[in-house]
Design a binder for this molecule. Structure first.
Ligand SMILES: C[S@@+](CC[C@H](N)C(=O)[O-])C[C@H]1O[C@@H](n2cnc3c(N)ncnc32)[C@H](O)[C@@H]1O
Length: 280
């Protein structure tokens, strides 16, 4: 899959402007935001890149700022190398769990030592939503529970769920890169109880799950919550992330139509993870 790299030059180049910019363009498909001395560099799949839509988003930013941009198409291979070497650093969560790549070589002394070679797939633990989901997996009891990881990306959540005792696990992603990378990372971590599938909610059938993890985005979740609810066991748990604090009411409304009870949400930098349980 080809990506477009867009360099945004922001005046003023401050935290508020960059975070409003990232949040706004995330809505039109941008991912992997990196702040630098001029502004923000962001990436979007070529097939989703639409200049008119981008200009419209920039013109409606709710901050006073001048934002100019340049863009170029990038090859998968170059993007991987540059991103992995420059931006992916080992991440330790609560002294319990480390996520690192094979080239980092931090001693594996934690309860959960996860290796991720991310390639193009999202999910190194460095995005706020991945971290929020990891914290939920570390808190909850996964032992012997069947798990569905929707939008698995690098398979990071499925790998941790397996290390926490979940079995069996199904991991689904719509993207070919994610599918390939999920399989690579599962092998890298010697996790062999995850069935990886390529596609979306249409793949869900009669198999039911005790826990569903879905870190995707607001619109896909709103569209697919009813499918997730239909394959969640009574009394089961649905964790969702990939959206902002202001999206919680819409997510709650759709969930309650599907007999899902809101338990709580957690937050980081305005991103949230929510926990729902299904009526037993
Ligand atoms: C935000 S990433 C999350 C990756 C990983 N689970 C994590 O927590 O870091 C969302 C993933 O969902 C996938 N995705 C997008 N639309 C989807 C859909 N309709 N069904 C399943 N996966 C989807 C994307 O390809 C991407 O890998």
């Amino acid at each position: 899959m080809n990506y477009i790299e867009v360099k945004f030059i922001c005046t003023p180049n401050d935290e508020i402007v960059n975070s409003v910019l990232s949040a706004t363009i995330a809505e039109i498909g941008f991912e992997s935001f990196v702040e630098d001395e001029l502004g923000t560099t962001a990436y979007i799949q070529s097939s989703l890149f639409n200049i008119e839509e981008l200009d419209k988003s920039l013109n409606s930013l709710p901050v006073e700022a001048e934002i100019l941009y340049t863009y170029k198409s990038i090859e998968d291979q170059n993007w991987n190398e540059e991103w992995e070497k420059n931006y992916f650093q080992p991440l330790i969560i609560d002294d319990k769990c480390i996520i690192q790549s094979t080239f980092h070589n931090v001693p594996a002394i934690y309860d959960y030592n996860i290796y991720i070679d991310p390639k193009m797939a999202f999910g190194t633990g460095h995005h706020q939503t991945t971290e929020l989901m990891i914290r939920e997996i570390l808190k909850d009891d996964f032992n012997g529970k069947s798990v569905l990881d929707m939008g698995t990306g690098t398979a990071i959540l499925a790998i941790l769920a397996s290390m926490r005792g979940a079995n069996p696990i199904t991991a689904i992603d719509i993207d070919q890169w994610a599918y390939d990378n999920a399989i690579e990372n599962l092998n890298l971590n010697n996790v062999n109880n995850v069935d990886v599938k390529i596609g979306g909610a249409e793949l869900l059938g009669s198999e039911k799950f005790d826990i569903i993890l879905a870190n995707i985005n607001r619109n896909i979740l709103l569209n697919d919550i009813h499918s997730y609810a239909s394959v969640l066991n009574n009394g089961g748990t649905l964790y969702m992330s990939g959206f902002y604090v202001e999206d919680i009411p819409a997510i709650k409304e759709e969930s309650s139509k599907n007999e899902l009870i809101f338990e709580y949400n957690t937050e980081k930098d305005n991103w949230v993870a929510v926990k729902f349980t299904k009526l037993s």
